[in-house]
Ligand binder design. Structure first.
Ligand code: NAD
Length: 521
């Protein structure tokens, strides 16, 4: 039997631009100008398809030049939040009945429109969250991948599902949506994660209240506008920016909300999980919580490893996007025989990293996202200077923005604060291990379990690490960042989250429930 899915080309990852092609570079320069010309624009709430202005507003600033306002976004009140949930509930009644093929079509259309406007999205990410050109493009490419991947996935789940036949009965198993969902993304993959979580929920037949991060609310607003431009029915996707303290708890605890899809810090994730677990008056279900949280990711370098390759992988994993990736390497764990050689080579490599305004093409590291993050990271650097030996960076870098030098602290003990707590900035702790077993034990000795990488040429060590290194995404002889949709389904263990895998074949199940139907014949 040929199905709709068979007629669609297999999923393929979008290629990421390195901007070595002069045509790409010129298009990016033009897009940066165009986006800058639109700075300061106001983005209203979108509730039930209606655009609503508010007195209170969120200012999204350019972290490389904080006096520049990228956009002003409405800030929702408790009344707005209630209205958004009501609108999503009304829309669910019809959206859940829209065939999967039609729902998938919205995602395919969105992917193709974002592809057309790719440089504009890239430019927005450069300004709103301080990504370098290639980092911004990788974020947008991942967003396109999520749309393409989840569109195909719903078609797979909509096909007849394999069940054991039984004489005298006609049986089937169908996947149906859950209801109204609250989607709460972080700012660090401002396009990919916001678009990925939202599109997965919608394509599965749910309706969504999207509460973006205040640091990336303009990027989220662009996506919401794009979905309405392509004709998404009113109320399916409601845009509800606002302060966590004013509307966060309200939307998470609301009895009409069926699920919460969150990506962010451990602290906020645990709070949401706890709040959502308590049924409110009139609530008819146990809320489902998908919470993707932080990491304290390690790269282990074995004594037999190619040290130059390890240095390169660690530098890129630790300092790409200023270390503000959940998959970033924040601990380098090095076997004793090569420890000193590694440190020397790492120091030389880090010295080559450029810090500056990411709107300039050659910049590798831009600013950290906001003043609060800058303060918090600087505090960790001060702690780190006492916990170890500063061998690179340690200070603010020049410029009006929130710039920090790439910072390396060596001789850190495994239980030091900077070896245990997520810093979420360009700070790397280097830890010496007695041998490979000791290195693995150190790597596992945190409450997180998100990504990890091992550099070795020894097959036995690879087998041992495959079994013993307890992380959701394990890599060998490569960086710990840069998971690709479909290729490396992404998500971690322990306090890194609820063990889900974004961009994997199980992911849509988190937004569906299965109904078994039996008919006597
Ligand atoms: P955060 O926890 O501060 O915020 C995440 C989101 O939660 C934001 O939209 C924020 O506005 C919202 N929020 C805050 N308080 C809330 C409340 N009381 N109720 C409801 N919503 C509330 O995280 P962040 O700074 O945006 O992102 C960085 C964190 O995200 C890091 O810890 C990083 O490791 C993690 N992260 C994890 C993954 C993953 O896949 N595991 C991916 C990206 C980022």
């Amino acid at each position: 039997m040929t199905t709709t899915l068979d007629r669609i080309a297999p999923f393929k990852n979008e290629a990421i631009k390195a901007f070595t092609d002069p045509a790409d570079a010129a298009a990016m320069e033009a897009a940066l100008k165009e986006v800058k010309a639109g700075f300061g624009r106001f983005y209203p709430l979108v509730i039930g398809g209606e655009r609503i202005e508010t007195q209170k507003r969120i200012r999204s600033i350019n972290p490389a030049a904080p006096s520049e306002i990228v956009g002003e976004v409405a800030s929702a009140s408790a009344t707005d939040a209630q209205r958004a949930i009501d609108a999503a509930q009304r829309a669910f009644e019809s959206w859940r009945a829209v065939p999967a093929r039609e729902r998938a079509e919205f995602l395919f259309k969105a992917a193709s429109l974002i592809r057309e406007r790719r440089f504009l999205y890239d430019a927005l990410l450069v300004y709103e969250v301080g990504k370098s050109w290639p980092e911004a493009d990788a974020d947008v490419a991942e967003a396109i991948d999520f749309l393409e991947f989840y569109a195909r996935e719903i078609l797979r789940y909509a096909q007849p599902q394999p069940i054991t036949p039984m004489a005298g009965e006609e049986n089937e198993l169908v996947y149906i949506p859950l209801g109204v969902g609250v989607v709460i993304p972080p700012w660090n993959f401002a396009a990919a994660i916001a678009i990925g979580m939202t599109s997965a929920a919608i394509v599965a037949g749910n309706t969504v209240v999207l509460k973006p991060s205040s640091d990336s609310a303009v990027t989220a607003a662009w996506f919401v506008d794009l979905m309405h431009e392509i004709g998404l029915p009113p109320g399916v996707l409601n845009f509800l920016p606002g302060s966590g303290s004013e509307i966060g708890d309200l939307i998470v605890a609301h009895p009409k909300v069926r699920f919460v899809s969150f990506t962010g810090s451990k602290e906020v994730g645990l709070h949401i999980n706890e709040l959502a677990a308590k049924p409110e008056k009139g609530q008819r279900w146990i809320k489902r919580v998908v919470a993707e949280m932080g990491g304290k990711d390690a790269i282990v370098v074995a004594a037999d490893a190619d040290v130059d390759a390890a240095v390169e992988g660690i530098a890129v994993s630790a300092f790409g996007f200023q270390g503000q990736k959940c998959s970033a390497c924040s601990r380098a764990i090095i076997e004793e025989p090569i420890y000193d050689t590694f440190l020397e080579k790492l120091r030389a490599r880090v010295a080559k990293i450029t810090v500056g305004n990411p709107s300039e093409r050659g910049t590798y590291m831009g600013p950290v996202v906001n003043a609060k993050a800058l303060d918090s990271i600087e505090r960790y650097i001060e702690i780190g200077k006492k916990e170890g030996r500063l061998i690179a960076g340690g200070k603010r870098a020049e410029g009006e923005g929130y710039f920090l030098e790439p910072t390396v602290i060596a001789d850190v003990s495994r239980d030091a604060k900077i070896a245990q707590e997520e810093i979420f900035g360009p700070v790397l702790a280097v830890i010496k291990a007695r041998d490979f077993e000791d290195a693995l034990a150190i790597a596992n000795d945190t409450e997180f379990g998100l990504t990890g990488s091992v550099y070795t040429s020894d097959e036995k060590k690879i087998e041992r690490a495959k079994d013993a290194f307890f992380v959701g995404n394990l890599y060998f002889n490569r960086k710990s960042t840069g998971a690709m949709v479909g290729v490396h389904p992404f998500g971690g263990f322990n306090m890194s989250g609820t063990d889900s895998k974004a961009g994997g074949r199980d992911y849509l199940l988190l937004y569906l429930q299965a109904k078994s139907v039996a008919r006597k014949i």
